[in-house]
Design a protein around this ligand. Sequence first.
Ligand code: OAD
Length: 252
Amino acid sequence: MLSDETRARIESAKKVCVFTGAGVSAESGIPTFRDAGGLWENHRPEDLVTIEAFERDPVLVWRWHLWLQNLCHGSQPNAAHEALARLDSASPEFLCITQNIDDLHERAGTNRIVKIHSDLMQIRCLAKDHVTQLTTALDEHSIRSSDDFPKCPKCGSPCRPNVVWFGEMLPIEPLDRARRFASRCDLFIIVGTSGVVSGGYGFTEMAKHNGAFILEINPRKSELTYLADISIRLPAAEALPELFGTIPGDQD
Ligand code: OAD
C-alpha cells in the first residue's frame, strides 16, 4: 500500500496527530453527513442543528438528537477505531482530534482525545450551562413537549444537547489543545472527513507548516486532499488495521 520511504516516515513519527470525521464511524453503521444516504440528504442542518431551530421547534431538535444518540449508543467501534486506539497506546505522544459526537473512539480505547464538536452523550442546562454526562441513551419518544426535556440534575432547569451546532463557537479548551498539538506534530493523519466544515479549522495547515507528514485516508477526494502527502483511497476500517496492525487477540 505504501512505499518503504513513506512507511519509514510513518513508523519513525514521535508525535502523532489523528484528525477524524464521520467516515471513521461509517463502517459501524452510523451514516456520514454529506455522502449519498448521509444525514443531510433528507434533512436540512438549519432545521436540526442551529440555536434558531431549537428556539423554533425544540421538540423536533431534541427528538432528532435522541434518535442519533440511540443509534450511536447502540453501535460498536469498528476496526478503524481499534487500530487508532492501538496507535494511541504505541505512540509516545498522540492526540486524536475528532469532529465526531459519537463515543466510538473512547469505547475502542483511545484515551488521548479532544472532541471539538463535543459529545452526544452529554446534556447542558439552559439556565447555568451545567454539563451532565449520560450513561445511557434517552428515549426519543419520551419528548412530546418542552415539559419533557431532560432536566439538569444540579439545578433542575431544562437542558439542550451539549453538541456544537452550526453558527456556534467551538469549545475553547479543546480547540486550544488541538491547535497546540497539531502545530507541533510530525505525523498528521486525516481520516474520513470531507473537510467541508473542518477545512476552516486550519489544523492540517498548522501541521504542514511544522513539516509534518500528512496522510489522508478517505475513499474519496476531500477539501483537505491538496494538503496531503499521500491519500489512501480505501475505507478506514480496511486501511488503518493494515497500517497500524491488527487487534490483539486477532492474530493466531
Ligand atoms: P462528512 O459527511 O462531511 O464527510 C464524510 C467523509 O467521510 C467523506 O469525505 C467521505 O468520503 C468519507 N468516508 C465515507 N465512508 C468512509 C469510510 N468507510 N472510511 C473513510 N472515510 C469515509 O462528515 P464530516 O467531515 O465529519 O458537524 O462532517 C463535519 C461536520 O459536519 C460534522 O462534525 C457535523 C457535520 O455537520 C456538527 O455536528 C457540528
